[in-house]
Design a protein around this ligand. Structure first.
Ligand SMILES: [Zn+2]
Length: 449
């Protein structure tokens, strides 16, 4: 997705695949890269926590060296946290982690992760926060995006999700449905939806020439700004009414290079006057004419001040933010990163997981019987390569276990495996001399469903 100067998200390229896997996506990304004559240098790919997409970016651009950091969508990150910590006992950990996403300093983020670790009671939760969150904080935490306004403006993959939603709606599909039409139908849908986007762009271009926000009556200098920027500023200015209503204290901000410097999110995102600056401007006494009427723009936000903002925006609307080069962030030496090889292995594992899940849901939609057979087949395959060892270390007929799971004998778990799944055949435990405590086995040997 690309964003134009009027802040409209425009689909730049689509990739239609029958089965999603990282190799196909990597080829698609390379193709788009070639179409752009190698001008499209993806520095900060932003995806949901999909192992397939992460692996695809890595495969496509690893040799190019322009990818600085793979970022994760904040909406999906929060959703993942909510799913994991949904119980009452883990609510405090969830709140700490949610806060950790938004804080501005790395130290604060680490502290909150550590607080979350102490707030959970199970070892698996502690390990989960440590490995999946604390060690990967550069990818999901906002502190690591403060150096680049564009990263602060687009923190989620919502634009892509909205485009996908539009395509699905255009095909008459609901969430979870599979498309039944062919390639021609898909192309027609993409074409029709792209046509709608083109219309939106035309309407925005017309607005640029003909419309102004009502805020321009108070600040005539604002008329010189592109309409999309005027709308963004006007939305922020409206918040002053809420501040006054709630009797919030007058903000104190410093003046720097002729501008008031505020560190709120809006200021960092857009470098435009925020609600705090507007609040200060409202409180400033105005000059009056001979008839006692207030003279416009005699507060803090004078025509000169607007001129500086305009200059920074460079007349290009939102395009200015795309052009601004990002700064390098210094990564503290204390960061423990997983080794590259480990990252690759974890990505591969995640990709396999995703492929199994997506195949399962596809089959489930088509024929629940075949999805059940699929699960059985996967289970058989896994059982042949992962197996729980015995004291003697040789369980004969479960084939030879390649990857024993635990070091201690666990006849109870072994029985669970045997009872739940029919193949491969489970040996008679008593015949291979494993001491089986009957007290432990009895409730499990009768499957309860
Ligand atoms: Zn502010």
């Amino acid at each position: 997705m690309c964003r134009n100067e009027a802040a409209i998200w425009v689909p730049g390229a689509n990739c239609l695949v029958e089965t999603e896997n990282s190799d196909i996506l990597a080829v698609a990304l390379r193709k788009i890269y070639q179409w752009s004559r190698c001008q499209w240098k993806m520095e900060y790919p932003l995806t949901d926590n999909s192992a397939i997409e992460k692996a695809a970016v890595r495969k496509a651009f690893e040799s190019e060296g322009h990818v600085k950091q793979h970022l994760l969508c904040t909406v999906h990150s929060e959703r993942t946290l909510r799913r994991r910590f949904r119980s009452q006992e883990t609510h405090i950990a969830y709140e700490h982690m949610r806060h950790a996403i938004r804080v501005l300093s790395e130290t604060e983020c680490i502290n909150l992760c550590n607080l979350a670790i102490t707030a959970v009671s199970t070892e698996s939760d502690r390990r989960y926060i440590q490995q999946e969150w604390l060690e990967t904080r550069q990818s999901w935490a906002m502190f690591a995006r403060q150096h680049n306004q564009l990263l602060l403006q687009a923190t989620s993959s919502n634009a892509c999700e909205a485009w996908h939603g539009r395509l699905k709606l255009g095909s008459g599909l609901r969430k979870g449905d599979s498309a039944t039409h062919g390639i021609y139908g898909c192309v027609r849908t993409v074409h029709d939806c792209a046509h709608d986007v083109d219309n939106n762009i035309l309407a925005a271009q017309m607005d640029e020439r003909t419309r102004h926000t009502t805020l321009t009556k108070t600040y005539p200098s604002l008329k010189r700004f592109p309409f999309a920027v005027q709308k963004t500023i006007a939305l922020e200015e409206k918040k002053v009414a809420i501040r006054l209503e709630q009797d919030m204290p007058l903000p104190v901000r410093e003046l720097s290079n002729g501008l008031f410097v505020c560190y709120c999110l809006f200021s960092r995102r857009y470098q435009l006057p925020c609600q705090h600056i507007f609040h200060m401007d409202h409180a400033e006494p105005r000059a009056r004419d001979t008839l006692g009427h207030e003279i416009l723009e005699t507060g803090l936000l004078t025509p000169q001040m607007w001129g500086i903002y305009e200059e920074r925006l460079n007349g290009g609307g939102f395009e200015m933010y795309e052009k601004q080069p990002g700064e390098e962030i210094l990564v503290p030496t204390t960061i423990v990163r997983p080794s590259d090889n480990k990252t690759l292995r974890v990505l591969r594992l995640g990709e396999i997981n995703e492929r199994i899940r997506s195949t399962f849901y596809r089959l489930e939609e088509q024929d629940p019987e075949s999805s059940s057979q699929f699960v059985d087949a996967i289970n058989n395959l896994i059982t042949t390569i992962i197996c729980l060892p015995t004291t003697t270390g040789n369980l004969p007929s479960l084939s030879t276990p390649l990857f024993p799971l635990v070091a201690t004998p666990s006849p109870v778990l072994f029985t669970v495996l045997g009872q739940s799944h029919s193949a491969p055949p489970i040996p008679d435990i008593s015949s291979i001399g494993i001491p089986v405590p009957s007290r432990t086995l009895s409730p499990l040997s009768a499957p309860s469903g």
